[in-house]
Design a protein around this ligand. Sequence first.
Ligand SMILES: [Zn+2]
Ligand SMILES: [Zn+2]
Length: 386
Amino acid sequence: MGTGFVSCEICRELKTVETSLTKHGWEENDRLLPAAYRRLVEVRVAGREDEPRSPRYCPLCGTFYSYESRYEYFANGSEDEEELRRLTGEEARAWLGDAVVDSFPKPLFSPLSATVVDEHVVVFSTGGEDLASGWGANAVAILGEGETLLVDPLVAPVYARELARLLAARGAGPVRRVVTTHHHTDHSVGASVFAEAGAEVIAHADSAARMAAEQPALLAERKSAWPVGTLFFDAVPAAPTRLVTEPLELSVGGVRAVVRPCGPAHTPGDLRVDLPDLGVVVTGDLVFHGYHPNLEHADLDGWRRGLEALLCEPAGTVFVPGHGAPGRREIVEAQLAWFEAAREEAGRARADAGGDGLVERLLVRFPDHRLAAVLPTAARVLALGT
Ligand SMILES: [Zn+2]
Ligand SMILES: [Zn+2]
């Protein structure tokens, strides 16, 4: 709290004090609160419902506000006045008490950190492992002369807009093309922000079909969930404008990029993006580094072949995984080793307990891996596939 509002897309649209004035019968002179006010959450404090001021909370950055509305009757038309005032953390605690302030969900929006792989390649991620942080998926910017190619524009427009802001701050050229490596929301739903600004959105044809089939219902469900829905209020399904089924070579302001189908593996329509002159491969979710892999739409044999193909790249190649830090071939080998160990544990679980307990076995085998939430699904898929 305090200075968080500077980088928050809701709070930076609100001055410290905002007022509105509405005169019934004189609507042409109305002054309304800024639209961003409607994205604040109304806070109900038991026993204080009758106080004239009531609290509001910014779900992105955690800043509290006080809101007050006054209504006056006049013979020739009544008047409404509202005042919205930003509070410091100390003011919020002095007014509402520590118990109320601490009972709020911690701010949902996670800042993006940037990892520079090469002067032309920057990776942005929340580094998280829950839905609100897009499960820590990586967005990869390929910076060419006067233009940028963005691979995997994150889980929601609110993150994509932050990505656009960070790219502009680095002096990156406009994002003319976006590649979504596969249909999962954490790699694709931010695309609308760049599409609205005129960018082409490239996806595998099978991935585009999955987006159209799955994302409307998924996003509707997320929007209605509290508190995470506040992050998805303007999310729309990714709508690719250029479908590929064969390798596609692009020049990104002089940087050569090859968009290459590499599935079915993690999903039916996986793409990787090779930057042959830079010795970099963006793998999408073929590689999870330090995270358990999500197997819900996996083809296990295809995935192994996809990883083996990555190992045929020249020595020294840097791989940017779908989740986790970039690395060299060790991170691809570690992904193959995870599958090998998981198959072993699935065999043992079946021998010992008819298949029960595989999740616990994987947790013991990989105590430092993040994203344990995917393990129940992974265990089901592995049990079928062994
Ligand atoms: Zn992912
Ligand atoms: Zn995925």
